[in-house]
Design a protein around this ligand. Structure first.
Ligand SMILES: Cc1ncc(COP(=O)(O)O)c(C=O)c1O
Length: 287
């Protein structure tokens, strides 16, 4: 996946062109534009009540004339949103208006854990959107097989697909047969396993949500998708929440790497016993 969106950045106009993305976001999406000699344009997500949303006013105000590519993450790591059809329609409209390519990293699409939420691929909105979109997918998150190295790009536009294939020559690793076989097995036979997983992860998310929000100084939003909790520690006023928690036996990701200080990301894709231990350590770290 990571080489996939790095490659997509090289399809964004000429060197110097802009790539627009939405922090806080998976860190390699912040460095991909620079790797391709493109400029990073940030439109920060905003917290509206208990929900992270695109900042439409901020996006309108952004100097984005040079943007050539929209880099999306759907569902969004780390905030756990599965973008709605309405949100994606509005974003696609921006892409049409400015003639942007779209690259959507949908690696977490099999992990919508909230029964009320739904995954919509932006390319499925309509044919015009599909024609400007590269959708990246993999079974690696949902079935926990990243080491088997099998991801793929869906590019309906023949010209764009050809450009992508030419750029990938000699750089993109071929998929190995283990990865291919595991991918096929996961999509073909892994449905019941995935259903049980979603149920378990939803239980973990609810448990963590209740525990975190009961700790003064911490706040987390409900997780619609992924196994990641994005925890707001700004009220604690610590120089580095990540280091503070690490000193108390918790290995969390630092929000700074995702483009937003004062937050940490906790991976709850683990057994309930381990999660309970993490909750105990979280509480202990703040007493
Ligand atoms: C949004 C997102 N994209 C890509 C990746 C990594 O994909 P890969 O291991 O296939 O490069 C991750 C893993 O954390 C991710 O969260």
């Amino acid at each position: 996946m990571v080489p996939g969106f790095n490659l997509a950045c090289r399809l964004a106009g000429e060197p110097g062109a802009g790539v627009l993305t939405f922090p806080p976001i998976y860190p390699p999406m912040l460095t991909a534009p620079g790797n391709a000699s493109r400029g990073l344009l940030r439109s920060a997500l905003k917290l509206v009540g208990s929900r992270w949303e695109y900042d439409w006013d901020g996006l309108d105000a952004l100097h984005k004339e040079d943007a050539r590519l929209l880099l999306l993450c759907n569902p969004h790591n780390p905030v756990g949103r599965a973008w709605t059809r309405d949100e994606l329609t509005r974003m696609a409209w921006q892409a049409e208006k400015h003639d942007w390519l779209i690259c959507s990293d949908d690696i977490h699409c099999g992990l919508v854990i909230d029964p009320a939420a739904r995954y919509t691929p932006i390319a499925a909105l309509d044919e015009a959107v599909a024609q400007r979109t590269i959708t990246l997918m993999a079974p690696s998150k949902t079935w926990n097989i990243p080491a088997l190295g099998c991801a793929f790009a869906v590019i309906p536009n023949a010209h764009l697909r050809r450009q992508y294939q030419i750029l990938a020559r000699g750089l993109m690793a071929d998929v190995n047969v283990l990865g291919l076989t595991a991918c096929e097995a996961a999509y073909r036979d892994g449905g019941p396993w995935r259903a049980a997983l979603l149920d378990y992860l939803h239980g973990n998310a609810q448990r963590l949500h209740a525990a975190v929000n009961a700790i003064p100084g911490l706040h987390m939003t409900p997780v619609e998708a992924t196994y990641l909790a994005w925890i707001d520690c700004r009220a604690l006023d610590l120089p580095s929440p990540q280091k503070h928690f690490e000193a108390h036996g918790l290995g969390l990701s630092d929000g700074r790497d995702f483009g937003l200080e004062g937050f940490v990301r906790l991976n709850f894709g683990c057994s309930r016993g381990l999660l309970d231990e993490a909750i105990v350590r979280l509480q202990a770290a703040l007493t």
